[in-house]
Design a protein around this ligand. Structure first.
Ligand SMILES: C[S@@+](CC[C@H](N)C(=O)[O-])C[C@H]1O[C@@H](n2cnc3c(N)ncnc32)[C@H](O)[C@@H]1O
Length: 651
């Protein structure tokens, strides 16, 4: 009997972290983007911003870009559309293992039913191993995004990744693998909010810090600024003038009085210098001891080190949970980029990174999967840009240039918001083909006049969406294949639906292929019904029942019911495990926003309820101050798939 051979894979030569389901990202599907909002308050915005934009992909307006979508898809979109190697600084603060279900699954709030495609766990095992399961999925989630992030970075780009204590050390290993250990620069400690002291009755030691892992894209990168400003509240201090080390005078006459050091000591300055300082108020008599002391001026700046706990790590200005402190992002942006650089945050949340990039004269791209985040960021950037325009007007009236460091010239005075991967649109035919290709994952081959592209190893043909797949369509495919005797690939036909006669034709065709060992089997994807790609166009809108009324001082909003047929349908479709019934409408709701004086066009968020953790539900009951005159109150409810329902009513 031959000896059994065990194959041992070659070690890669560096330590790597592994987890269940680890797989490098080999390719990603590119999705188109639709513009959903533009903000351009100054007509001459482009004229005022100067000449930073030569390398900007022409398909995009010159301004900030805000993307609503899964960052994996958004990054793929950006890479395919001219932004590869264009980003100078990336800052990300991914959810700490709370948003794992954002990867691809719909999960109602308050329920844990995620499952990795193709894994072997049963439902009970999943519950049993839910912690480990979470970690595996989370690590894969981070791994893929970091690989894409690296592609986005310019050769001299820098990335800052924020992590808490639970995942910091995993992240370090993954990032070492992706960016290279040589490119690791720092593990910076930043403040976090110290939470409660007891968990289930046990005392805990709260974690006081988070970590920023900093990597260069290559050693061509460098930090732009490594100084930090000292707090203005401590400009200097009085110091005793005794000087044991340096020989100096044993007496000084100042202001007509003679002063002596402590026994055995000298005084620090010679007579003439001391007189000068005395005249400037930099030497005085200590009012209590009667001894001389001199003023020590603190330096304004000192060199940064990796302890950044001198500034806050979080704040709560926008009301968005986990909002990072502006002071922190100000430092990150200044350390990691220069004016005009492109700064990106693809977990943008409340938009802190974009806000500081805008304030500090950088260009920016933001992305978030959460509609509430996009709305908060949009609102925040609108305010900043309006302030900047007002400041420019003021300074040009006075005939001054904008002041130097504190208020740099903005790199843009506008932004546009896009949505990636939204299927609920009325589509033009061409757009539909593009979108369907993106949806199914077809790689377009423009050179081929018949097939639209390839799907894996097969040729792909999209049938016009104004009719179902017919025998005539299949005949065309057959003729085309006959004209290409060399072609060995199979064919995937994508259609909205199909005529019944088609099935028999396909069975015959494929049967003959198989029997004769011939190539070119034909497979059909029906966009309306396919379990994987299905329900491409059909859409039943979500509905809400909301009670809005007013008392003498308050507007009271009660959401009584909400139903999203799409969410329910998706859940059933993705159910490889039993789906618990949704008996609380709030499980389907991602966020609630209220505009207390809605003008019917622009939604101004007066109140937002956006729980970040997936097991926290929105409240459903809100009280706002009554503005005093009759007003239209609008309630915008966004479901876990991002679909919005607006209910507006006079109050
Ligand atoms: C910790 S918060 C970021 C906070 C942000 N730095 C700030 O200052 O407000 C993480 C954000 O990542 C978003 N997120 C989670 N998964 C995502 C995904 N796959 N794509 C895009 N954004 C995602 C969440 O919606 C959340 O807003």
């Amino acid at each position: 009997m031959e000896n059994e051979k065990i194959e041992i894979k070659q070690a890669s030569g560096r330590p790597m972290l592994t987890w269940v389901g680890k797989r490098p990202l080999r390719y990603v599907t590119v999705f188109p983007a639709q513009r959903i909002e533009s903000f351009k308050p100054a007509n001459d915005a482009e004229k005022r911003i100067g000449d930073l934009w030569n390398d900007w992909p022409s398909a995009y307006p010159k301004g900030g870009l805000l993307f609503h979508g899964d960052n994996k898809e958004v990054l793929a979109h950006l890479l395919a559309n001219g932004f590869r190697s264009k980003v100078n600084l990336i800052y990300i603060d991914p959810p700490f293992n709370t948003g794992v279900d954002y990867i691809r699954k719909v999960t109602p709030r308050g329920m844990k039913i995620e499952k990795l495609e193709g894994d072997g766990y049963s439902f009970t095992e999943q519950i049993q191993y839910s912690n480990n399961w979470h970690i595996d999925a989370y690590l894969q989630f981070l791994y893929e995004r970091l690989q894409l992030a690296r592609e986005m970075l310019a050769e001299d780009g820098i990335i800052f990744i924020r992590m808490d204590v639970h995942f910091g050390y995993y992240l370090k290993m993954i990032a070492d693998e992706i960016f290279g250990q040589d490119n690791f620069q720092n593990e910076i400690v930043v403040n976090r909010i110290k939470k409660n002291v007891t968990v289930k009755g046990r005392r805990t030691i709260p974690n006081a810090v988070d970590y920023l892992y900093v990597y260069f894209r290559s050693l061509q990168a460098e930090f732009k600024n490594v100084l930090r400003q000292l707090p203005e509240t401590k400009p200097g201090y009085w110091h005793n003038m005794d000087s044991p080390a340096i020989p100096g005078p044993r007496r000084l006459t100042l202001g007509g009085k003679t002063y002596y050091p402590s026994p055995g000591a000298h005084l620090k300055f010679p007579q003439t210098q001391a007189e000068e300082m005395w005249n400037k108020g930099l030497i005085r008599e200590n009012p209590k001891t009667g001894m001389l002391e001199y003023w020590v001026q603190d330096k304004d700046y000192v060199n940064l080190d990796s302890d950044w706990t001198d500034i806050p790590g979080y704040t709560f200005k926008t009301g968005y949970p986990t909002e990072n402190a502006e002071k922190l992002l100000e430092r990150v942006v200044q350390v990691g980029s220069k004016r005009g650089d492109l700064v990106m945050d693809f977990f943008v949340g409340s938009g802190t990174t974009a806000a500081l990039a805008q304030r500090l004269g950088r260009r920016w791209i933001g992305c978030d999967i959460n509609k509430g985040a996009i709305q908060t960021t949009s609102k925040r950037l609108q305010t900043i840009i309006l302030e900047q325009i007002a400041a420019q007007k003021r300074s040009s009236r006075k005939g001054e240039l904008l002041p130097g460091n504190e208020k740099p010239t903005p790199a843009q005075l506008s932004f546009a918001a896009y949505r990636v991967n939204d299927y609920d649109l009325q589509l033009q035919h061409d757009e539909a083909i593009n979108l369907a290709c993106a949806h199914v994952g077809i790689t377009r081959t423009k050179a081929d006049s018949f097939f639209n592209g390839t799907l894996g190893n097969s040729l792909a043909k999209i049938i016009s969406f104004n009719h179902p797949l017919t025998l005539m369509d299949l005949d065309e495919v057959r003729r085309e294949l006959e004209a290409r005797p060399e072609e060995t690939r199979d064919v995937t036909v994508v259609a909205l639906g199909k005529e019944t006669a088609v099935d028999a034709w396909l069975d015959d065709w494929n049967h003959l292929r198989k029997k004769g060992n011939l190539p070119n089997k034909i497979n059909v994807i029906e966009l309306r019904t396919d379990p994987k790609y299905g329900k491409f166009f059909e859409h039943k809108p979500a509905e809400a029942r909301v009670k809005i009324h007013r008392t003498a001082r308050k507007i009271i909003v009660d959401i009584q019911d909400f139903i999203s047929p799409t969410v329910i349908e998706r859940l059933q479709r993705q159910a490889t495990i039993p789906v618990p019934a949704i008996d609380d409408w709030r499980a389907m709701v991602d966020s609630v926003m209220i505009d207390a004086s809605y003008d019917g066009v622009v939604f101004e968020v007066a109140h937002s309820d956006v729980p970040e953790k997936k097991d926290t539900l929105v409240s459903g009951h809100y009280e706002l101050d009554y503005p005093g005159t009759e007003t239209v109150v609008a309630v915008k409810i966004t479901d876990v798939l991002g679909e919005e329902v607006i209910v507006a009513q006079k109050a």
